[in-house]
Structures are given as C-alpha cells and as structure tokens.
Design a protein around this ligand. Structure first.
Ligand code: DQQ
Length: 476
C-alpha cells in the first residue's frame, strides 16, 4: 500500500522563520542524502533519505517528489520502506536510479543488524509512473564486501552507469581498514549479476577519510570526475572531488579539491535531457537532535547546480537558471566604491544575490547576513585579497549550546585580472555561498529573532562592478 507523507504537514511550519521557503525539503521530519535523482518522461524526480516518523536519522526510507522545472515540487508517496526480516529490515540507505531501456530501476543499500553493520546492495523495479517499486525477489544482488577491504561493515551507496562498451558499471563506497576510503568497481551485462573488478581509487585515511560514501563518477568536459563524501568512521566529514583519466578500470587522478567547505554532504548527480550534469546535495543542520525534534524537521537540499570543468580542472558550479523564475523585487548597484559606510542595508531572509567586485591587493569585501539592528548578532562573510581566503563567522546574541557557530574558511585564489564573483542564496536558516563558481560554502544561520535579517555590505580598496539582489518567492 502506498504510504503518503501528508503534504498538509507543511502548513504546520508557516511561522517557522528558520525553515527554507524555496529550497526542497519534505513536508516534515528528517531528510538527508539525495537519492535516485533522474529525469523521467521530462519530469525531474528526487528521492531522498527520509525518516517518516521523526526529525532524527533513523529507520531510513526513500521519500519522493517530482518537478517540471527543478524548483517547484510536488510531494509523492514514499517510494521504498524497509521490509521486516529481510536484508533491508534496518533501513533503505542511499543509492541511484537508472533507465534500463525504459525500465526504471533503483539500486540501494539494504542495512540490517545492530548499528547497520550488515550492508548489501539491492535492486527495485519501478512502475511506469515511478510511483510503486517492487524489490527484486533475489535481493541482495551484492552481499559481501571485497576481501581486500579487511572489514565487513562499511559498504554502501551504489552508483550505476552504462559504459560506452554498453556494459553496466557500479561503484560502491567503502574503506580499506588501516589504509583509507575507497570505491569498489563492479561490472554487469544484465544489472543483476555483478562481477567485482577492483578498487577504482584508494585514498589516504589520515588526510582523505577512512570511509568513502556516496560515490559519483562521470565524464565531464573531456575528463573523468570522481566525487566522494568522506567519513572518519564515526562522523560525516566533507565532500572531495578528483579529476583525471579512467583507463583499464582504474582512475588516475590529476587534481583534487573540496566540493564544499561547510555543511553540504552526500551529493548526487545525473544528466538531464539538456545534457546538463546536475548536482544535488544534502545541507546538514547545525543544531542538536533535540532542536530538530522541537522544530519537527531537519535537512534541506541545495538548489541544484550545473557542473562544468574549467581549464584548471576546477569543478565549476552554477545554480540552475530555473531559479530565476521565482525571483521577485530587485535591487541593482553598479560601479560603486566600497568603504566602511554601508553600501547595502536591506532586510530579508529570502534572497538571491549575485555580485562582482574589483579589488586592490589590499582590498576586502564584507557582507553581514542575518544581522540584528544593534549589531549583537550576525554572520560575516568576508574575502580578503591579501590572505586569499573566504571566511564565514557566525555570531549569535544568545548562545544556548544547541547551535554550531564554528567559523568556516576556504582558500580562494583569484587569477590575475580575475574579479571576485559571489553568489549568495539566503533562505531562512540556509545560506549557500559560491565564489567564482569554484569555491562553495553552504552554511546554516539560525537567527535568534525573525527580525534579525539585515543584509549589509561594506569593504575597502574595492569596487562593486555590479550587484543584484532579488527577493525570492516561496515555492510552497
Ligand atoms: N547516509 C546514508 C548512507 C550514506 C550516508 C544513510 C551519507 O547510505 O553513506 O542515511 O550521508
């Protein structure tokens, strides 16, 4: 029977100014990783890790929503739920969806045993409308971790694609004990029987995480890109990407980088019918489980981003232009020098800002976000040409032990003659920051009061070439 997770629940949160208005999140309760992202009959489908019974990570199901334009969403019934006394009785963990010549398939990790310590790869077959999913009777399709892992409990998040040779390939996130995170590569001709090949790449546990989760592997602008989310064995850490070549079933990275420097995790990509490689990603919360439960919801998805590679092998991320359809009132500045005086002083917690600056070698630019009138609260986003760093400092007027407020910082080196380009998307407690397409800092800011929503700009030895700030409309 289809279990519907009540879209009407959204109305319960009308007064919650922390809750995003134009980012995707479920009607209520907990969400984490995006799963099974796919375009089907022209529509975009988003599945996601979902706990239907609370705002904490537990009893994972796959929630489901559909959109014509990646911005406006309709909630659909839960797609996958754990089945008692089977290999997924402990939860349906992350995975992907593929189109097998018109047949929709989901690959996911089924978990069981205490602490999710048995992890196996499973298959489900969808109805033509993607609303109902039958689990493959002979699940699991892969049930043991390759011996070279020297551990048997971390083995999850299948990512499947079809090669140019028409074979199917699967990556499964894992780790080699005492060595580092890895992704194991498999091949299949029928999507059911999988032959293990080898680790695609092995990382260094000290610097790149002991376990790699949620792999993505794809060709982009003439190179191969591997994205992994690294885990230290206890906690989620960060998202890394590698750019290189793929030969003889091995990946040879040439460069690597951080995909995000703050709260984004477990991203998942797919290609749409306009040949865009689009990236979704979970925005973690920055508050305690008790605070989630009081709020009744936790977890948000980023505005999907189109990925490209630049000539330096940097991943370039651009929020999809479909976001422009919900832009409202607009403020425009151009050709104005920055100083200690405020150049921008507006009130909103639903904004899409694009800004371009020219800086001297001693130049700096400083935005205040979610500021209070008295100045006792506010988040500062600053860039300093001398240190070539982007910094985010969050200051709350009431510190109650429930909120994270550690600073974020990311190296951001401008090329000669390159201007500083900032994209700042503010939506309730979500703030997505992207600098020159390549440095991403997705953070959370929980204002103490609804009216602590000042957005200000100042700086020195710098000029605003152009700045546009759009008030954003709610999608719900
Ligand atoms: N979240 C899922 C796992 C994945 C992790 C469980 C990453 O499949 O490895 O909810 O956030």
């Amino acid at each position: 029977m289809l279990r519907f997770h009540m879209p009407a629940q959204r109305d319960l949160f009308e007064d919650d100014f922390q809750r995003p208005q134009f980012h995707f999140l479920p009607p209520a309760n907990w969400m984490n990783d995006p799963n099974g992202v796919i375009q089907w009959n022209g529509q975009y489908h988003l599945f996601y890790q979902y706990n239907p019974d609370g705002a904490v990570h537990s009893d994972m199901h796959w929630g489901h929503a559909v959109s014509d334009d990646l911005i406006q969403w309709t909630d659909l019934p839960i797609a996958l739920a754990p089945t008692p006394q089977t290999v997924d009785e402990g939860g349906i963990f992350s995975g992907c969806a593929v189109n097998n010549n018109g047949q929709p398939l989901i690959f996911y990790t089924g978990v069981s045993s205490p602490n999710y310590s048995k992890q196996v790869q499973c298959l489900a077959i969808g109805s033509a409308d993607l609303l109902t999913w039958d689990k493959y009777e002979q699940n699991p399709i892969i049930d043991t971790v390759p011996a070279e892992a020297r551990q048997t409990s971390d083995f999850r998040d299948p990512f499947v694609w079809q090669g140019v040779d028409d074979s199917w390939y699967m990556l499964v996130g894992s780790g080699i004990a005492g060595v580092g995170g890895t992704v194991f590569l498999y091949r299949s001709e029928d999507l059911v029987n999988w032959e293990y090949l080898n680790p695609l790449l092995v990382g260094d546990a000290q610097t790149q995480g002991a376990i790699w989760e949620c792999p993505n592997f794809f060709e982009l602008d003439g190179k191969w890109v591997l994205i992994i989310s690294s885990h230290d064995g206890k906690n989620t850490d960060t998202v890394r990407y590698f750019v290189g070549t793929f030969k003889d079933y091995r990946f040879i990275p040439e460069t690597s980088g951080r995909l995000d420097f703050a709260y984004m995790y477990a991203p998942l990509t797919f290609v749409d019918d306009r040949s865009r490689r689009l990236l979704w990603g979970w925005i973690r919360e920055g508050r305690t489980y008790q605070a989630h439960e009081r709020a009744g919801w936790a977890g948000v998805q980023i505005i999907p981003r189109e990925l490209r590679l630049d000539e330096h092998n940097h991943l370039i991320m651009t929020p999809v232009p479909e976001l422009n359809t919900i832009r409202g009132d607009h403020l425009h500045l151009e050709n104005m020098p920055l100083s200690n005086d405020l150049l921008l002083n507006i009130r909103s917690n639903c904004l899409d800002i694009t800004a371009e600056f020219q800086l001297d070698s001693a130049g700096s630019v400083q935005f205040t976000i979610a500021g209070s009138a008295s100045g006792d609260e506010g988040t500062t986003l600053s860039f300093d040409a001398s240190t070539e760093q982007l910094n985010v400092a969050r200051q709350y007027c009431e510190v109650n032990g429930e909120l994270d407020f550690y600073p974020h910082s990311a190296p951001h080196v401008l090329f000669p003659d390159e201007t500083l380009q900032l994209r700042i998307i503010i939506d309730g407690s979500v703030c997505e920051i992207i600098a020159n397409g390549r440095t991403s800092l997705v953070t959370r800011i929980y204002s103490s009061h609804r009216e602590n929503n000042l957005v200000q700009l100042r700086g020195k030895h710098a000029t605003v070439i152009a700045l546009d700030a759009f008030e954003m409309r709610s999608i719900w």
